[in-house]
Write a protein that binds this ligand. Sequence first.
Ligand SMILES: C[C@](O)(CO)[C@H](O)COP(=O)(O)OP(=O)(O)OC[C@H]1O[C@@H](n2ccc(N)nc2=O)[C@H](O)[C@@H]1O
Ligand SMILES: Nc1ncnc2c1ncn2[C@@H]1O[C@H](COP(=O)(O)OP(=O)(O)OP(=O)(O)O)[C@@H](O)[C@H]1O
Length: 283
Amino acid sequence: MTATTLTLPSPAKLNLMLHILGRREDGYHELQTLFQFLDYGDELTFAVRDDGVIQLHTEFEGVPHDSNLIVRAAKKLQAQSGCSLGIDIWIDKILPMGGGIGGGSSNAATTLLGLNHLWQLGWDHDRLATLGLTLGADVPVFVRGHAAFAEGVGEKLTPEYPEEPWYVVLVPQVSVSTAEIFSDPLLTRNSPPIKVRPVPKGNSRNDCLPVVARRYPEVRNALNLLGKFTEAKLTGTGSCVFGGFPSKAEADKVSALLTETLTGFVAKGSNVSMLHRKLQSLL
Ligand SMILES: C[C@](O)(CO)[C@H](O)COP(=O)(O)OP(=O)(O)OC[C@H]1O[C@@H](n2ccc(N)nc2=O)[C@H](O)[C@@H]1O
Ligand SMILES: Nc1ncnc2c1ncn2[C@@H]1O[C@H](COP(=O)(O)OP(=O)(O)OP(=O)(O)O)[C@@H](O)[C@H]1O
């Protein structure tokens, strides 16, 4: 008998590099980016209900119930699968919103995979990723669960195997709107496509960084401070800034110094998402 309740992780991601190649007719941008997961994230708990109702019990400041990506993901999956079951959902939210570490997208993917399991739909990852893309450009990589080189708007994924260092992630206390950064006239949108894999060294820049740093002094400050210890990078459109270290001890040492004045955390990079490791252990 399949369980009717389930608790699953919803990990963060980093963009280890991000190049913008151009802008499409629909306003979305053609990207090349390298995604890696962190062993750090939110936790969602699901309990099946038989009346078809989808209810998220945790309140989010500034996000109405029906706009929450968790609820939108659940409703889409229910409608497209024709499932008559419903779900109660709770979330322990630790990922910052508008931090560029993919909180909302990851929550949507965890919901799709969790409900596919609990509702026994038997959808494969291709089908779930296609539905996920309609919720956000970053959802498919969380559905697939492997570090990946992404092209298109982020949906064409090729598995990658970057090193898995320990990261210090700084969380500047500003929420950056992805749409706002992508509509900035100063954004560089003409990076030449990378044609070889893995991404050659020297290509780790994030094309969004100059625009984000210009608009947000808090992000500039975080980049400068972390940059005293290692190469400091921006993930996605920010606000979070990260740098890799060969050991937890070194990352902890730098984090202890920086988190006296800034918010941040230490987490291990991971090429297989902790969500997929947990799901695998259930089979
Ligand atoms: C920047 C990244 O975080 C890199 O991982 C993602 O590409 C953004 O993914 P996301 O947050 O899931 O983005 P979405 O919710 O799909 O899009 C938010 C807004 O960002 C802009 N956007 C997003 C992705 C993309 N490739 N081009 C864009 O121009 C669009 O204006 C869109 O309205
Ligand atoms: N479950 C959710 N978790 C976080 N944000 C959500 C959620 N549902 C809806 N949102 C909305 O989506 C916006 C972007 O949230 P998210 O945490 O995904 O941003 P982000 O970290 O910049 O992500 P990305 O790296 O994908 O751009 C939030 O500001 C919020 O209004």
